[in-house]
Ligand binder design. Structure first.
Ligand SMILES: Cc1cc2nc3c(=O)[nH]c(=O)nc-3n(C[C@H](O)[C@H](O)[C@H](O)COP(=O)(O)OP(=O)(O)OC[C@H]3O[C@@H](n4cnc5c(N)ncnc54)[C@H](O)[C@@H]3O)c2cc1C
Length: 328
Protein backbone atom coordinates (compact mmCIF):
# COMPACT_ATOMS: atom_id res chain seq x y z
CA UNK A 1 0.00 0.00 0.00
CA UNK A 2 1.35 3.49 -0.82
CA UNK A 3 1.44 6.56 1.39
CA UNK A 4 -1.97 7.69 2.62
CA UNK A 5 -3.92 10.54 1.11
CA UNK A 6 -4.63 13.34 3.59
CA UNK A 7 -7.62 15.70 3.49
CA UNK A 8 -7.18 18.73 5.76
CA UNK A 9 -10.38 20.27 7.14
CA UNK A 10 -10.72 23.28 9.44
CA UNK A 11 -14.47 23.32 10.16
CA UNK A 12 -16.27 25.86 12.31
CA UNK A 13 -17.04 24.38 15.72
CA UNK A 14 -20.23 22.67 16.76
CA UNK A 15 -21.53 21.44 13.42
CA UNK A 16 -20.77 18.49 11.19
CA UNK A 17 -19.07 18.95 7.86
CA UNK A 18 -20.12 21.48 5.22
CA UNK A 19 -21.09 20.16 1.77
CA UNK A 20 -17.70 21.28 0.46
CA UNK A 21 -15.85 19.41 3.21
CA UNK A 22 -17.85 16.23 2.61
CA UNK A 23 -17.15 16.53 -1.12
CA UNK A 24 -13.44 16.93 -0.38
CA UNK A 25 -13.57 13.54 1.33
CA UNK A 26 -15.10 12.17 -1.89
CA UNK A 27 -12.17 13.60 -3.86
CA UNK A 28 -9.75 12.16 -1.28
CA UNK A 29 -11.33 8.76 -1.59
CA UNK A 30 -11.03 8.89 -5.41
CA UNK A 31 -7.36 9.91 -5.19
CA UNK A 32 -6.62 7.22 -2.60
CA UNK A 33 -8.30 4.65 -4.86
CA UNK A 34 -5.80 5.39 -7.66
CA UNK A 35 -2.93 3.95 -5.64
CA UNK A 36 -4.70 1.69 -3.16
CA UNK A 37 -3.83 4.16 -0.40
CA UNK A 38 -5.68 4.75 2.85
CA UNK A 39 -7.59 7.96 3.48
CA UNK A 40 -6.66 10.13 6.46
CA UNK A 41 -8.50 13.28 7.47
CA UNK A 42 -7.12 15.99 9.74
CA UNK A 43 -9.89 17.88 11.51
CA UNK A 44 -8.54 21.08 13.04
CA UNK A 45 -10.79 23.40 15.04
CA UNK A 46 -12.58 23.87 18.33
CA UNK A 47 -15.56 21.74 19.35
CA UNK A 48 -15.12 19.44 16.37
CA UNK A 49 -16.58 16.20 17.72
CA UNK A 50 -19.51 16.25 15.25
CA UNK A 51 -17.18 16.89 12.31
CA UNK A 52 -14.83 14.11 13.42
CA UNK A 53 -17.70 11.63 13.71
CA UNK A 54 -19.01 12.61 10.30
CA UNK A 55 -15.56 12.17 8.69
CA UNK A 56 -15.43 8.63 10.09
CA UNK A 57 -18.98 7.92 8.92
CA UNK A 58 -18.07 9.13 5.43
CA UNK A 59 -15.40 6.48 5.00
CA UNK A 60 -12.15 7.96 6.35
CA UNK A 61 -9.76 5.30 7.70
CA UNK A 62 -7.99 7.48 10.24
CA UNK A 63 -8.78 10.87 11.74
CA UNK A 64 -6.18 13.22 13.21
CA UNK A 65 -8.09 15.58 15.48
CA UNK A 66 -6.81 18.87 16.90
CA UNK A 67 -9.58 20.19 19.13
CA UNK A 68 -8.29 23.27 20.94
CA UNK A 69 -9.44 26.81 21.62
CA UNK A 70 -6.53 28.26 19.64
CA UNK A 71 -7.93 26.56 16.52
CA UNK A 72 -11.35 28.25 16.78
CA UNK A 73 -10.40 30.30 13.73
CA UNK A 74 -7.02 29.07 12.53
CA UNK A 75 -5.34 31.18 9.91
CA UNK A 76 -1.90 32.32 8.83
CA UNK A 77 1.03 30.82 10.72
CA UNK A 78 -1.13 28.66 12.98
CA UNK A 79 -2.95 27.05 10.05
CA UNK A 80 0.36 26.36 8.30
CA UNK A 81 1.85 24.81 11.46
CA UNK A 82 -1.23 22.65 12.09
CA UNK A 83 -1.40 21.49 8.48
CA UNK A 84 2.35 20.72 8.43
CA UNK A 85 1.96 18.69 11.63
CA UNK A 86 -0.90 16.76 10.01
CA UNK A 87 1.16 15.97 6.90
CA UNK A 88 4.08 14.78 9.02
CA UNK A 89 1.96 12.75 11.46
CA UNK A 90 -0.03 11.10 8.67
CA UNK A 91 2.97 10.35 6.45
CA UNK A 92 0.86 11.49 3.48
CA UNK A 93 2.34 12.54 0.16
CA UNK A 94 -0.85 13.76 -1.48
CA UNK A 95 -2.63 16.42 0.54
CA UNK A 96 -6.02 17.90 -0.34
CA UNK A 97 -7.34 21.27 0.83
CA UNK A 98 -10.83 22.70 0.39
CA UNK A 99 -11.09 25.09 -2.54
CA UNK A 100 -11.66 28.31 -0.64
CA UNK A 101 -9.86 31.59 -0.20
CA UNK A 102 -7.96 30.24 2.84
CA UNK A 103 -6.45 27.48 0.68
CA UNK A 104 -4.92 30.07 -1.64
CA UNK A 105 -2.77 31.20 1.27
CA UNK A 106 -2.34 27.88 3.05
CA UNK A 107 -1.51 25.68 0.03
CA UNK A 108 1.61 27.44 -1.26
CA UNK A 109 2.89 28.18 2.26
CA UNK A 110 2.46 24.56 3.32
CA UNK A 111 4.19 23.26 0.20
CA UNK A 112 7.07 25.70 0.67
CA UNK A 113 7.50 24.69 4.30
CA UNK A 114 7.60 20.97 3.45
CA UNK A 115 9.61 21.37 0.25
CA UNK A 116 6.73 20.08 -1.84
CA UNK A 117 4.59 21.24 -4.75
CA UNK A 118 1.29 23.07 -4.70
CA UNK A 119 -1.55 23.44 -7.21
CA UNK A 120 -4.87 25.20 -6.75
CA UNK A 121 -8.20 24.80 -8.54
CA UNK A 122 -7.73 21.03 -8.91
CA UNK A 123 -10.60 19.26 -10.65
CA UNK A 124 -9.26 15.80 -11.50
CA UNK A 125 -6.38 13.37 -11.01
CA UNK A 126 -5.02 10.34 -12.83
CA UNK A 127 -1.94 8.14 -12.56
CA UNK A 128 -0.36 7.56 -9.19
CA UNK A 129 2.88 7.41 -7.26
CA UNK A 130 5.67 9.35 -8.92
CA UNK A 131 3.57 10.19 -11.94
CA UNK A 132 0.45 11.81 -10.63
CA UNK A 133 -1.33 13.82 -13.29
CA UNK A 134 -3.55 16.64 -12.14
CA UNK A 135 -6.03 18.77 -14.06
CA UNK A 136 -6.72 22.22 -12.66
CA UNK A 137 -9.04 25.07 -13.61
CA UNK A 138 -7.18 28.20 -14.70
CA UNK A 139 -8.14 31.73 -15.86
CA UNK A 140 -11.05 31.83 -13.44
CA UNK A 141 -12.37 28.47 -14.62
CA UNK A 142 -12.40 29.43 -18.30
CA UNK A 143 -9.78 26.78 -19.20
CA UNK A 144 -8.25 23.59 -17.85
CA UNK A 145 -4.53 22.88 -17.56
CA UNK A 146 -2.84 19.50 -17.14
CA UNK A 147 0.15 19.03 -14.80
CA UNK A 148 2.42 16.11 -13.96
CA UNK A 149 3.71 16.07 -10.40
CA UNK A 150 6.86 14.22 -9.45
CA UNK A 151 9.57 14.53 -6.84
CA UNK A 152 9.64 13.23 -3.29
CA UNK A 153 7.98 16.15 -1.47
CA UNK A 154 4.29 16.33 -0.61
CA UNK A 155 1.82 17.53 -3.23
CA UNK A 156 -0.58 20.09 -1.78
CA UNK A 157 -3.70 20.24 -3.94
CA UNK A 158 -6.39 22.88 -3.42
CA UNK A 159 -9.67 21.52 -4.79
CA UNK A 160 -12.01 23.42 -7.10
CA UNK A 161 -15.58 23.35 -5.78
CA UNK A 162 -17.81 20.32 -6.33
CA UNK A 163 -15.22 18.09 -7.98
CA UNK A 164 -16.56 14.95 -6.33
CA UNK A 165 -19.72 13.59 -4.76
CA UNK A 166 -19.67 13.38 -0.97
CA UNK A 167 -19.32 9.73 0.10
CA UNK A 168 -22.52 8.26 1.54
CA UNK A 169 -22.73 8.55 5.29
CA UNK A 170 -22.79 5.22 7.15
CA UNK A 171 -24.23 5.86 10.61
CA UNK A 172 -22.14 4.35 13.39
CA UNK A 173 -19.07 3.69 11.19
CA UNK A 174 -15.89 4.37 13.16
CA UNK A 175 -12.29 5.21 12.28
CA UNK A 176 -9.02 5.33 14.20
CA UNK A 177 -9.10 8.70 15.92
CA UNK A 178 -5.79 10.10 17.09
CA UNK A 179 -4.86 13.45 18.64
CA UNK A 180 -2.94 15.71 16.27
CA UNK A 181 -0.02 17.32 18.04
CA UNK A 182 0.68 20.87 16.92
CA UNK A 183 3.58 22.80 18.47
CA UNK A 184 3.06 26.26 19.99
CA UNK A 185 3.09 28.94 17.31
CA UNK A 186 3.77 32.64 17.58
CA UNK A 187 1.32 34.00 14.98
CA UNK A 188 2.47 37.08 13.13
CA UNK A 189 -1.08 37.92 12.04
CA UNK A 190 -4.18 37.61 14.20
CA UNK A 191 -7.82 37.90 13.14
CA UNK A 192 -9.23 40.92 14.97
CA UNK A 193 -12.72 40.81 13.54
CA UNK A 194 -14.31 37.90 11.73
CA UNK A 195 -16.39 38.70 8.64
CA UNK A 196 -20.06 38.89 9.58
CA UNK A 197 -20.98 36.90 6.47
CA UNK A 198 -19.99 33.80 8.48
CA UNK A 199 -23.20 34.20 10.48
CA UNK A 200 -26.45 32.61 9.35
CA UNK A 201 -26.90 30.31 6.35
CA UNK A 202 -24.02 30.34 3.90
CA UNK A 203 -24.50 31.11 0.21
CA UNK A 204 -21.86 28.47 -0.52
CA UNK A 205 -24.06 25.78 1.06
CA UNK A 206 -27.37 26.80 -0.56
CA UNK A 207 -28.96 24.15 -2.79
CA UNK A 208 -30.73 26.85 -4.83
CA UNK A 209 -29.19 30.22 -5.73
CA UNK A 210 -31.02 32.91 -7.72
CA UNK A 211 -28.65 35.63 -8.95
CA UNK A 212 -29.30 38.95 -10.60
CA UNK A 213 -27.21 41.21 -12.80
CA UNK A 214 -27.39 44.50 -14.60
CA UNK A 215 -30.33 43.27 -16.67
CA UNK A 216 -32.44 44.02 -13.59
CA UNK A 217 -32.15 47.67 -14.72
CA UNK A 218 -32.61 49.16 -11.25
CA UNK A 219 -31.52 48.39 -7.68
CA UNK A 220 -35.09 48.08 -6.43
CA UNK A 221 -35.64 45.16 -8.79
CA UNK A 222 -33.17 43.08 -6.78
CA UNK A 223 -36.21 42.39 -4.58
CA UNK A 224 -37.49 40.16 -7.40
CA UNK A 225 -34.34 38.05 -7.03
CA UNK A 226 -34.90 37.79 -3.27
CA UNK A 227 -38.55 36.88 -3.75
CA UNK A 228 -37.80 34.05 -6.17
CA UNK A 229 -34.94 32.77 -3.98
CA UNK A 230 -37.29 32.68 -1.01
CA UNK A 231 -40.07 30.98 -2.98
CA UNK A 232 -37.62 28.24 -3.99
CA UNK A 233 -36.12 27.87 -0.51
CA UNK A 234 -32.80 29.22 -1.76
CA UNK A 235 -30.58 32.26 -1.37
CA UNK A 236 -30.02 35.38 -3.50
CA UNK A 237 -26.79 36.08 -5.35
CA UNK A 238 -25.48 38.90 -7.51
CA UNK A 239 -23.00 39.80 -10.21
CA UNK A 240 -20.18 42.08 -9.25
CA UNK A 241 -21.56 44.79 -11.50
CA UNK A 242 -24.64 45.24 -9.33
CA UNK A 243 -22.69 44.89 -6.10
CA UNK A 244 -20.42 47.68 -7.32
CA UNK A 245 -23.55 49.73 -8.14
CA UNK A 246 -24.87 49.20 -4.61
CA UNK A 247 -27.93 47.18 -5.72
CA UNK A 248 -26.88 44.08 -3.76
CA UNK A 249 -24.64 43.57 -0.70
CA UNK A 250 -21.06 42.38 -1.18
CA UNK A 251 -21.51 39.04 0.68
CA UNK A 252 -24.02 38.05 -2.02
CA UNK A 253 -21.55 38.47 -4.90
CA UNK A 254 -20.86 35.31 -6.87
CA UNK A 255 -17.67 34.89 -8.86
CA UNK A 256 -13.92 35.03 -8.94
CA UNK A 257 -13.79 37.80 -6.36
CA UNK A 258 -17.00 36.73 -4.60
CA UNK A 259 -18.48 33.45 -3.39
CA UNK A 260 -18.03 30.15 -5.19
CA UNK A 261 -21.33 28.31 -5.18
CA UNK A 262 -22.24 24.81 -6.34
CA UNK A 263 -26.00 24.53 -5.87
CA UNK A 264 -28.31 21.99 -7.46
CA UNK A 265 -30.03 24.90 -9.24
CA UNK A 266 -28.47 28.24 -10.24
CA UNK A 267 -30.75 30.80 -11.86
CA UNK A 268 -28.94 33.73 -13.51
CA UNK A 269 -31.26 36.61 -14.37
CA UNK A 270 -29.93 39.50 -16.46
CA UNK A 271 -26.33 38.28 -16.12
CA UNK A 272 -24.11 38.25 -19.22
CA UNK A 273 -21.97 35.28 -18.13
CA UNK A 274 -18.53 36.90 -17.95
CA UNK A 275 -15.80 34.35 -17.10
CA UNK A 276 -15.22 36.03 -13.74
CA UNK A 277 -18.86 35.48 -12.80
CA UNK A 278 -18.92 31.91 -14.11
CA UNK A 279 -15.82 31.08 -12.06
CA UNK A 280 -18.16 31.24 -9.08
CA UNK A 281 -21.08 29.17 -10.38
CA UNK A 282 -20.13 27.06 -13.40
CA UNK A 283 -20.02 23.87 -11.31
CA UNK A 284 -23.69 24.21 -10.38
CA UNK A 285 -25.64 21.07 -11.19
CA UNK A 286 -28.27 22.86 -13.32
CA UNK A 287 -27.92 26.43 -14.63
CA UNK A 288 -30.95 28.34 -15.90
CA UNK A 289 -30.29 31.65 -17.67
CA UNK A 290 -32.80 34.41 -18.31
CA UNK A 291 -31.47 36.99 -20.75
CA UNK A 292 -32.93 39.13 -23.53
CA UNK A 293 -29.83 38.60 -25.69
CA UNK A 294 -29.81 35.12 -27.27
CA UNK A 295 -26.06 35.50 -27.93
CA UNK A 296 -25.18 36.28 -24.30
CA UNK A 297 -22.23 34.09 -23.17
CA UNK A 298 -24.28 32.78 -20.24
CA UNK A 299 -26.14 30.54 -22.71
CA UNK A 300 -22.87 28.66 -23.36
CA UNK A 301 -23.02 27.45 -19.76
CA UNK A 302 -26.78 27.19 -19.21
CA UNK A 303 -28.60 23.86 -19.26
CA UNK A 304 -31.88 25.73 -19.81
CA UNK A 305 -32.31 29.20 -21.26
CA UNK A 306 -35.15 31.69 -21.35
CA UNK A 307 -34.69 34.49 -23.89
CA UNK A 308 -36.94 37.10 -22.36
CA UNK A 309 -37.14 40.08 -20.04
CA UNK A 310 -36.14 38.89 -16.57
CA UNK A 311 -38.39 41.53 -14.99
CA UNK A 312 -41.35 39.66 -16.42
CA UNK A 313 -40.04 36.12 -16.00
CA UNK A 314 -38.91 36.43 -12.36
CA UNK A 315 -42.37 37.22 -10.86
CA UNK A 316 -43.88 34.43 -12.96
CA UNK A 317 -41.31 31.91 -11.66
CA UNK A 318 -41.92 33.17 -8.11
CA UNK A 319 -45.64 32.55 -8.52
CA UNK A 320 -44.96 29.02 -9.83
CA UNK A 321 -42.45 28.37 -7.05
CA UNK A 322 -44.92 29.43 -4.36
CA UNK A 323 -47.63 27.25 -5.91
CA UNK A 324 -45.26 24.30 -6.03
CA UNK A 325 -44.35 24.73 -2.38
CA UNK A 326 -47.99 25.01 -1.44
CA UNK A 327 -48.53 21.70 -3.27
CA UNK A 328 -50.95 23.15 -5.80
C1 LIG B 1 -10.48 40.97 -11.76
C2 LIG B 1 -11.98 40.91 -11.98
C3 LIG B 1 -12.75 40.19 -11.10
C4 LIG B 1 -14.12 40.11 -11.28
N1 LIG B 1 -14.86 39.38 -10.41
C5 LIG B 1 -16.19 39.23 -10.64
C6 LIG B 1 -16.99 38.43 -9.79
O1 LIG B 1 -16.54 37.87 -8.79
N2 LIG B 1 -18.30 38.30 -10.08
C7 LIG B 1 -18.87 38.90 -11.18
O2 LIG B 1 -20.09 38.74 -11.39
N3 LIG B 1 -18.13 39.67 -11.98
C8 LIG B 1 -16.82 39.87 -11.73
N4 LIG B 1 -16.10 40.70 -12.55
C9 LIG B 1 -16.83 41.52 -13.52
C10 LIG B 1 -17.21 40.78 -14.80
O3 LIG B 1 -16.14 40.83 -15.72
C11 LIG B 1 -18.47 41.39 -15.45
O4 LIG B 1 -18.21 42.76 -15.70
C12 LIG B 1 -19.72 41.29 -14.60
O5 LIG B 1 -19.91 39.94 -14.20
C13 LIG B 1 -20.92 41.73 -15.43
O6 LIG B 1 -22.07 41.76 -14.66
P1 LIG B 1 -23.51 41.58 -15.31
O7 LIG B 1 -23.55 40.30 -16.07
O8 LIG B 1 -24.50 41.82 -14.25
O9 LIG B 1 -23.60 42.84 -16.29
P2 LIG B 1 -23.48 42.96 -17.86
O10 LIG B 1 -22.24 42.36 -18.38
O11 LIG B 1 -23.74 44.39 -18.17
O12 LIG B 1 -24.68 42.07 -18.43
C14 LIG B 1 -26.03 42.36 -18.29
C15 LIG B 1 -26.81 41.31 -19.07
O13 LIG B 1 -28.18 41.52 -18.85
C16 LIG B 1 -28.87 41.28 -20.09
N5 LIG B 1 -30.12 42.03 -20.02
C17 LIG B 1 -30.34 43.34 -20.20
N6 LIG B 1 -31.64 43.64 -19.96
C18 LIG B 1 -32.25 42.47 -19.63
C19 LIG B 1 -33.57 42.14 -19.26
N7 LIG B 1 -34.53 43.05 -19.16
N8 LIG B 1 -33.83 40.83 -18.97
C20 LIG B 1 -32.88 39.88 -19.05
N9 LIG B 1 -31.62 40.17 -19.41
C21 LIG B 1 -31.30 41.45 -19.67
C22 LIG B 1 -27.92 41.77 -21.16
O14 LIG B 1 -28.21 41.12 -22.38
C23 LIG B 1 -26.57 41.33 -20.57
O15 LIG B 1 -26.22 40.01 -21.02
C24 LIG B 1 -14.74 40.78 -12.38
C25 LIG B 1 -13.93 41.50 -13.28
C26 LIG B 1 -12.57 41.57 -13.08
C27 LIG B 1 -11.74 42.34 -14.07
Amino acid sequence: MSEPVLVILMPPGGDGLSNAAAEALGAGSRLAGLSDASLVCAVIGQDIAAATTEAAERGVDRVLAADEERFARPGGDLAVAAAAAAVEQSGARNVLLLGNADALELGPRLAARLDGASLMGVIDFSGSGDDLEVTAAVFGGAAHAAYRLSGPGPRVLGLAPAVAEAPEREAGRTADIEALTVPAVESRVTVEQAPSADEGPRLEDARVVVSGGRGLKDGDNYDRIRELAEALGGMPGASRAIVDDGWAPAPEQVGLTGKIVTPDLYIAAGISGASQHMAGCSNSRVIVAINTDPDAPIFNYAHYGIVDDCLEVLPELTRLGLELRAGR
